[in-house]
Structure formats: structure tokens, C-alpha cells
Design a protein around this ligand. Sequence first.
Ligand SMILES: NC(=O)c1ccc[n+]([C@@H]2O[C@H](COP(=O)([O-])OP(=O)(O)OC[C@H]3O[C@@H](n4cnc5c(N)ncnc54)[C@H](OP(=O)(O)O)[C@@H]3O)[C@@H](O)[C@H]2O)c1
Length: 231
Amino acid sequence: MPAEGCVVVIGGNRGIGREIAKHYADAGHEVVVSCTDADRATAAAADIGGTTTGVALDLTRPHEIASALAAVGPVRHLVIVAIDRDDNRVREYDVDRALRLVTLKLVGYTEVIHSLLDRLDDESSIVLFGGLAKDRPYPGSTTVTTVNGGVVGMVVTLATELAPIRINAIHPGIVGDSPFWKDKSLDHILARTPTKRLVQMADIVDAVRFLLENPSVNAIDLRVDGGWMIM
Ligand SMILES: NC(=O)c1ccc[n+]([C@@H]2O[C@H](COP(=O)([O-])OP(=O)(O)OC[C@H]3O[C@@H](n4cnc5c(N)ncnc54)[C@H](OP(=O)(O)O)[C@@H]3O)[C@@H](O)[C@H]2O)c1
């Protein structure tokens, strides 16, 4: 019998977030998924099945997050997955794009947690999504690298402030079967992956489940990349 409280997946209508939501819905949990549009959120919830509901929420509009989440009940697990990818180089710096992603990740993620705090209890846990651009930048990753580095800071400060609530982050490698990557050539990634296989969405779901549910895992930044970072 699932523990009390729902599983909230911010950015749970598609991609990796949807797989996490589906895992918990199939296990009998009440699930809430968000995306940026109410109709698509409702459609995604129906498609995921079980006891899943959808909410519309835009992390780049942090003042509106609390009201968007007002109807959510007690929360057992909170997973913040959402991203709006950014290609931004310092020589051609796009301030509006940078502000959008910084707001989404550093302010939006934090405001989701702040807004739901009165529905979390001592047994609740949180997982944030980062990415390995924090350690391995590429041209155009200036904002992505910066905000994913910021996730590392959020984990330690929030684990301190919110104790005993646990908070961890996951930093996936390229996820080969995720919708964003599945039709792109990834031979160069495979060539540098010691396991000789691309990370799969199921691997990320399994790692998120571990971070959410293991009662002694706290303030961790977990790399899930098949060892790509050592090559
Ligand atoms: N896929 C990979 O290989 C990979 C690798 C490393 C890290 N990651 C990280 O893993 C996470 C999931 O990646 P993914 O590829 O599965 O993502 P995705 O398929 O691109 O889905 C992005 C999600 O974020 C939501 N979103 C976009 N803009 C938003 C906004 N302004 N406010 C609130 N929600 C917003 C989207 O909702 P809408 O449908 O409304 O746009 C959608 O639910 C991300 O944090 C990503 O950085 C992924």
C-alpha cells in the first residue's frame, strides 16, 4: 500500500518526467503532473492513468506558482524535472533567454518547494534535475552550465534549511531513448561511455526512485551517465 501523500512531478507531462509519473501511478500512488498548458496537463494525466491529475504552471512566472499549486494535497515525493533548453553564448549573449532559464531553474524550482512546504512533512523527499553540463560545458551552454551548477548549491542549502525533509539532485548523461535525443546521432556519446550503452529513461526513473525513497540518502548529487564523465 503506497505511503500517504501524492507524488508531484513538475514537468511530468512528457519525456523523463512522464516516465517518473507513470512509474508512481502504476504503483498505485496519487500523482500530480504539471506542464505549461492546462489542456495538455489534463490530457497527459488521463494518458498516464491511475489517480493522476494535471496542473498548469510556468516556472518562469514564479509569482504565480503558489496559486497554481493551491489544490495539491499532502505531498510524499516532489520531483522537479522541467527544463526549457537554452543555447546562449557569451559573445552573442541573449539576456532575455538567460533570465528565462535562470528564473525557471533557480527561482522557479525553489518557489515550487516554498509553495508546497505546508503540504510536506518529515517523511517527504525532493529530487531536483540538473545535468552534466555543470561539469562538462559546450559552446552555448553558458546558462545551462551555470544553472545546473546552481542546483548543486540548492541541494546543500535546502537540505540544511528543510531538515529532516530530504533533498537530492540527479544529473543524467544523455538519455538515449528520451524524446529530445532519440532521433539524433549519439555515436560520439556511445564511444565515450564505458558501459557501451546509452543511459535509458528507465535507468533515470530507477535512480530517482532510489533518491526519493532511501531514508538515508540526503544532500546527494547523483551522476547517472554510464561513466561518461570519466572518459
Ligand atoms: N533528456 C536527456 O538526455 C537529459 C540529459 C541530461 C539532463 N536532462 C534533464 O532531465 C530533465 C528532463 O529532460 P527531458 O528531456 O525529459 O525534458 P523534456 O522532454 O524536454 O520536457 C520538458 C518538461 O519541462 C516542462 N517545461 C518547459 N518549460 C517550462 C516552464 N517554463 N515552466 C514549467 N515547465 C516547463 C515541459 O512542459 P511543456 O510540455 O508544457 O513544455 C515538459 O514537461 C530536464 O531537467 C533536463 O535538463 C535530460
